[in-house]
Design a protein around this ligand. Structure first.
Ligand SMILES: NC(=O)c1ccc[n+]([C@@H]2O[C@H](COP(=O)([O-])OP(=O)(O)OC[C@H]3O[C@@H](n4cnc5c(N)ncnc54)[C@H](OP(=O)(O)O)[C@@H]3O)[C@@H](O)[C@H]2O)c1
Length: 234
């Protein structure tokens, strides 16, 4: 994909990996970026010619998603980044947290891809990147709700890949390992720098990868886990 002509939309762009992805897209020369966030925020001044436009967007709110698809009708690159990780295993996680994890990581991501695929198609084609996780491929029992939701989101991503295979919309699955953001605060793990993860995501987009493993742990474990995880049509 030629990023110097793309219009991007990044969900959950106000902090964490989303903010780093916006910055990496600016560095890559994307001229126009919608920075989605569920609360109003002012995107940082990136000191470049790129227009970074704040877009109020809670991905679990169907009306906001529909409004975003009509407001941001020039999008050719959607980065489905927003995510939620409630803590707790299968016995301890609350029903409310399980619902919330499903609402954001599965339903919201699905809603966004479904709303923007026709927009991207009408703009001559482009890419949807779903930010999944290594946990989409390998269960993490202390994060039962997140694991279930990210597994389901990977399944849905494969279904989008099938449905849109004949179109000009490429659906990309991205499987980061641990990243040093609020999401994993207090969790002892190997954590990659969000800026370097974002820059590897952009490199994967430029190469046309259909799966992106944007850090060292992901690059080592992801392809092996994926080997057994790809839906083989049964
Ligand atoms: N951190 C990791 O170790 C790691 C590893 C693998 C994959 N990932 C994935 O990477 C993505 C980014 O995670 P992160 O580490 O940057 O997490 P984070 O620091 O917790 O940030 C999460 C972002 O998602 C937004 N968000 C949550 N619910 C939303 C909703 N309903 N509508 C719109 N935005 C919403 C948050 O907005 P608010 O500020 O309003 O809460 C925030 O901007 C997620 O999909 C996550 O699952 C993260």
């Amino acid at each position: 994909m030629k990023l110097d002509k793309a219009t991007a939309l990044v969900t959950g762009a106000n902090r964490g990996l989303g903010r780093s992805i916006v910055s990496a897209l600016v560095k890559a020369g994307v001229p126009r970026i919608y920075a989605g966030a569920r609360r109003s925020f002012q995107p940082p001044d990136f000191g470049s010619k790129t227009s970074v436009l704040p877009l109020k967007l809670d991905i679990t709110d169907n009306a906001q998603v529909a409004r975003a698809a009509s407001q941001a009708s020039d999008v050719t690159l959607l980065i489905n980044n927003a995510g939620l990780l409630p803590r707790g295993g299968a016995m301890s996680v609350s029903e409310k947290d399980l619902h919330a994890a499903m609402e954001v990581n599965l339903m919201g991501t699905w809603q966004m891809a479904r709303a923007f695929a026709p927009v991207i198609e009408a703009n001559g084609g482009g890419i949807i990147v779903n930010i999944l996780s290594l946990i989409s491929l390998h269960n993490a029992p202390p994060f039962a709700a997140y694991s279930a939701a990210k597994h389901a989101s990977w399944a849905m991503t494969q279904s989008f890949q099938d449905d849109l295979a004949g179109s000009n919309v490429q659906v990309v699955a991205c499987f980061p390992g641990g990243i040093n953001t609020d999401m994993l605060a207090g969790v002892p793990a190997v954590k990659a720098n969000p800026d370097s993860v974002a820059s590897l995501i952009v490199k994967g987009i430029l190469r046309g990868d259909s799966e992106i493993f944007p850090d060292r742990v992901s690059a080592m474990q992801g392809p092996v886990l994926l080997g057994g995880g790809r839906n083989q049509g049964h």
